[in-house]
Structures are given as structure tokens and as C-alpha cells.
Write a new protein. Structure first.
Length: 471
């Protein structure tokens, strides 16, 4: 264990008296469970974790951290790959107890606590045939992902999570409780939708719902990719498919390897593949027709395509990316899948250091691009693709090989003329300081810095993709 500066026991007692939730310190049995994150590579030792139960607890926890001069981290679902939800020697505001889901099915809105996972929300809304725009993994916290954008399974039809956000309740670093929406504190609401971890602690989110499911048409099909030329060929055919796809079709293509799933015969584990996932936001039969070309690009290595519950689509990521593995995830945006970019993706697949890595092209456009780049803080509306480098492994001895591959792949893909300047805050890049903020927030950074000056001038909330105050 790294050296932790322990808090004075009477100080901790004061905090325990002041909040209704649990206060966990290194002396507590639950400490190691409470500090564990999805990314098993992150091993940090906070001075205290406050498992808040209310907005009052959040305000008290912030007050305490300021008084004790402790750095603050905010934990939603604890899934950010950088582990920014936990800080060494600091105070963690852990929101995981805030899991209420209040659905107004008639008004088609749902208010959710900031500790909710995607599955907590969809399991309630889907009972009424309703859904929200959110990230694509069931176990993801809705808190952190919504504040960064939230790129989900039906993004091309229904936009990003930030586009379906109606209002939030937020505790400022001064302990004030505010509502932010289009009509109340609209500038703050603008900043929260993409640059959101910088201005306070959000305690609840209100989303608009739309009709979808419970069953949706899904394509899940993989083709053998024994060499770079085959990979490139399949990606070029994918490019043709998405060029004509309606907004109801949201899809992605991964250069990866057959995962070690128990239902896949062992001799196929680790075989190189190009895998497609596609979801149709609409009628199931129409969807099966619209997705069919993804299944007709040759002889598949496996084809699990079938209608399935929309909630279950989100559980695929739980299987593929379980808690506790080692992860290093990065991204960039592209204006097109040019031959050159495809060639670089194919080459990265050939040089992969292990069988649990992927280079993934997420098709964007549609409703994502219908919103102007300065309408919310999420800046990358014009990008046609997000390309993520999803590096996963298990053995600490393999850290270096995977980190080196991840970084060299990211840098190589950035050399392509099709690549844009930014990255998705949920999957950051290999840069630091001002360049990192610029790449996360693009042309919206200066406006975010003004907001930061207003709401957090001392930059107390900096365990995040940080915006430095303008003054
Ligand atoms: C398996 C997996 C799949 C993913 N798939 C997608 C996807 O499909 N689409 C997508 O968009 N993203 C995806 N992501 C990325 C995801 O959006 C981010 O990891 C996101 O941060 C997860 O939210 P969280 O609440 O779990 O994060 P946390 O790690 O808890 O928080 C991340 C950061 O957000 C801030 N934060 C969290 N909650 C609050 C709050 N209430 N108020 C203020 N600040 C807060 C904090 O600074 C914190 O450090 C995926 C991640 C994983 C691990």
C-alpha cells in the first residue's frame, strides 16, 4: 500500500457525524472494496470515501474536503478508464447510493440518481417500452458518461446522452444546490453537456424518453480477418454499408479477436476477426432487413444476429469488458473511413500484443450531427466516425507491451488525413496539460474556461478531463 497521510480520528468522527452516509477510511474493512475501480490497473489510496446518501451529504463532503485541504474526486459508476473517480490521499465523493429512478411514463421523462448504472434506468423504462439516450454498456455509470457526451446504441436516431438531458441538480463547490436546464442556469447547462465534470457534483439527471423496444433487431456478426488485406477489404465494404444506412441504423466495426466466451469452441479463441454490431431503432422486421447486408459480406466466423431485448444489447459490453481486467482506452475522430485510415487500422490489428484488444470504428452522423458544434459543450458533431483503441489485458507483466501498442497505434492513426483533432473524453488520448483539454473540448474550451472561473475558480474539481479557469 502506498503511504497515506491518515486523517486525524476526531476529524473523521466530525465528518461521520455530519453526513448520513458511510465514511470509509483505510482502517475500515470495506476500504479496499470501496476504492476498487472497473480498471484493475488503477490502484489508488484515498484518505476517505464518503458514500453520500443526499445532496446535503455531498455539500458536507465538499465542505470537509475544503477545510482539510484534500483533493476531491467524484465517483459515479467508477468506469472511467483513467480512474479519475479516485484520488490518492484525497476525498472521494462516492455517489453509488443515489440510485432512485423516477419515471413519468406519461410525460416521457425520467429523473435518476447520479449513482445509477445504465441498466438501473433501462430496466425501469423498458417496462413501459421507453428508453433514454445513454452509453452502450449496462454497467457504466450514467453520471460520468452523460457529462462527457454518452455515445449509445441508437445515437444516429436519438442523439447523444447529452441531447436527451432535460435538467440536472448540482451541488457547487460552495455547497449551493442548483438546477441547470435550458431555462435555469442555461450557460451552466450548456457546459455540463460535454465538459460536465468541471463545475460541481451532479446529484440527479432528468432525461427525455423515447419509444423503443423491449425487442430490437441486432446484428452481431464476425468475419475471419487472417491478414491486413482481408481486414481492409471488410472495412471498405462496411464503409459502403454505412454510406446508405438510414438514421435508424447505428453500427460499429471492430478489428479484434474471437473472445474467450464459454459458448465459443476453444479452438476459435483468439482468431483474428472483423466484428460488426448493429442496432435498429424501430420496427424489428424492418430492422432485420436493414441490417442484413452486415451479415452478407462472406462466410461469417460467427453470426449471433437476432432480435433481442434493448437492455440485453447493453449487457454485451459487461461480458466483453469485465471489471478487474487491465485497460488502456483511447480514441480519435475521423471525417471518413479513408483507404489510408482503414490500412492503419488493419496494420494495428496485425501488430496487436494480445487477443483482447480492438480497434473500433463507431459510425456517428445522423442525429449526432444534427446539433451544432457550439450548441452543447460536446464539440465533435461533424465527425463521421469515432475510432477507439480498446486495449485490454489481464497480466501485469504485459502492461508495457499493451501500453506501447496502444500509444503507437493512437499516434499512427492520427497521422491519417481523415483524422480530426479531438478525442472523446470517455476514451482520452496520450497527451497532457493544455493539449489534452484542447483535444477533449475543441473550440468550446474557451467558453468552458469562463464557466469554470464562475463555478470553480480555484479548480477544486480537477480529477477529471480538466478545464483550467480562464482567470
Ligand atoms: C466497458 C465500457 C464501455 C463504455 N462504452 C461507452 C459508450 O458506449 N459510450 C460512451 O459514451 N462511453 C462509453 N464508455 C466510457 C464512459 O462514458 C466513461 O468511462 C464514463 O466516465 C463512465 O461513467 P462513470 O460514472 O462510470 O465514470 P466515473 O469513473 O465514476 O467518473 C468519471 C469522471 O466523471 C466525473 N463525474 C462522475 N460523476 C460525476 C458527477 N455526478 N458530477 C460531477 N462529476 C462527475 C468525475 O470527474 C469522474 O472522475 C465506456 C466505458 C467502459 C468502461
Amino acid at each position: 500500500m502506498s503511504a497515506i497521510t491518515p486523517l486525524d480520528s476526531s476529524t473523521v468522527s466530525d465528518l461521520r457525524t455530519a453526513v448520513a452516509g458511510d465514511v470509509i477510511t483505510p482502517d475500515d474493512e470495506s476500504y479496499h472494496t470501496a476504492r476498487a475501480l472497473w480498471n484493475g490497473r488503477i490502484d489508488r489510496f484515498p484518505a476517505a470515501i464518503v458514500q453520500v446518501t443526499s445532496t446535503d451529504d455531498v455539500a458536507e463532503a465538499i465542505r470537509f474536503a475544503r477545510e482539510q485541504e484534500l483533493q476531491i474526486a467524484v465517483r459515479g459508476g467508477g468506469h472511467h478508464v483513467t480512474g479519475s473517480a479516485i484520488v490518492d490521499d484525497g476525498l472521494v465523493v462516492d455517489l453509488s447510493n443515489l440510485t432512485t429512478v423516477d419515471l413519468d411514463a406519461e410525460a416521457r421523462t425520467v429523473r435518476v440518481g447520479a449513482g445509477c448504472r445504465v441498466s438501473d434506468i433501462l430496466s425501469v423504462t423498458q417496462e413501459h417500452g421507453l428508453a433514454i439516450a445513454c452509453g452502450s454498456a449496462a454497467h457504466n455509470g450514467v453520471a460520468g458518461s452523460t457529462l462527457g457526451g454518452a455515445i449509445g446504441w441508437v445515437r444516429r436516431k436519438h442523439g447523444l446522452g447529452v441531447d436527451g438531458l432535460h435538467s440536472v441538480e448540482l451541488v457547487t463547490v460552495d455547497g449551493d444546490v442548483l438546477t441547470a436546464s435550458e431555462t435555469e442556469n442555461p450557460e451552466l447547462f450548456w457546459g455540463l453537456r460535454g465538459g460536465g465534470a468541471n463545475f460541481g457534483v451532479v446529484t440527479s439527471y432528468e432525461f427525455d424518453c423515447f419509444e423503443l423496444g423491449p425487442e430490437v433487431a441486432v446484428a452481431q456478426v464476425a468475419y475471419p480477418a487472417p491478414d491486413a488485406e482481408t481486414t481492409s477489404d471488410i472495412f471498405r465494404r462496411y464503409r459502403e454499408f454505412v454510406a446508405d444506412a438510414p438514421d435508424e441504423v447505428t453500427s460499429m466495426a471492430l478489428r479484434t479477436f474471437v473472445p474467450p466466451f464459454p459458448f465459443v469452441p476453444q479452438e476459435f479463441h483468439g482468431a483474428p476477426i472483423v466484428m460488426f454490431f448493429g442496432v435498429y431503432a424501430g420496427d424489428v422486421a424492418e430492422g432485420e432487413t436493414a441490417l442484413a447486408p452486415l451479415r452478407e459480406m462472406g462466410e461469417p466466423a460467427m453470426d449471433l444476429s437476432a432480435p433481442m431485448p434493448f437492455l440485453a444489447v447493453h449487457e454485451i459490453a459487461n461480458e466483453m469488458f469485465p471489471s478487474g481486467n487491465r485497460y488502456s482506452w483511447h480514441s480519435l475522430y475521423a471525417s471518413e473511413l479513408s483507404d489510408d485510415l482503414i490500412g492503419r487500422i488493419a496494420a494495428a490489428g496485425e501488430s496487436a500484443p494480445g487477443h483482447e484488444v480492438a480497434v473500433t470504428a463507431w459510425h456517428l452522423g445522423g442525429a449526432v450531427s444534427d446539433v451544432a458544434a457550439d450548441e452543447t459543450a460536446y464539440a465533435w458533431r461533424d465527425a463521421e466516425f469515432l475510432v477507439s483503441i480498446d486495449t485490454t489485458w489481464r497480466d501485469p507483466a504485459a502492461d508495457e507491451a499493451h501500453l506501447v501498442w496502444s500509444e503507437s497505434t493512437w499516434r499512427d492513426l492520427r497521422e491519417s488525413a481523415a483524422t480530426l483533432e479531438g478525442f472523446y473524453p470517455g476514451f482520452p488520448g496520450f497527451v497532457s496539460g493544455e493539449e489534452r483539454s484542447q483535444m477533449a473540448y475543441g473550440d468550446n474550451l474557451a467558453r468552458l474556461a469562463e464557466l469554470k472561473t464562475e463555478y470553480d475558480p480555484e479548480n477544486l474539481l480537477r480529477s477529471n478531463l480538466n478545464v483550467t479557469p480562464a482567470r
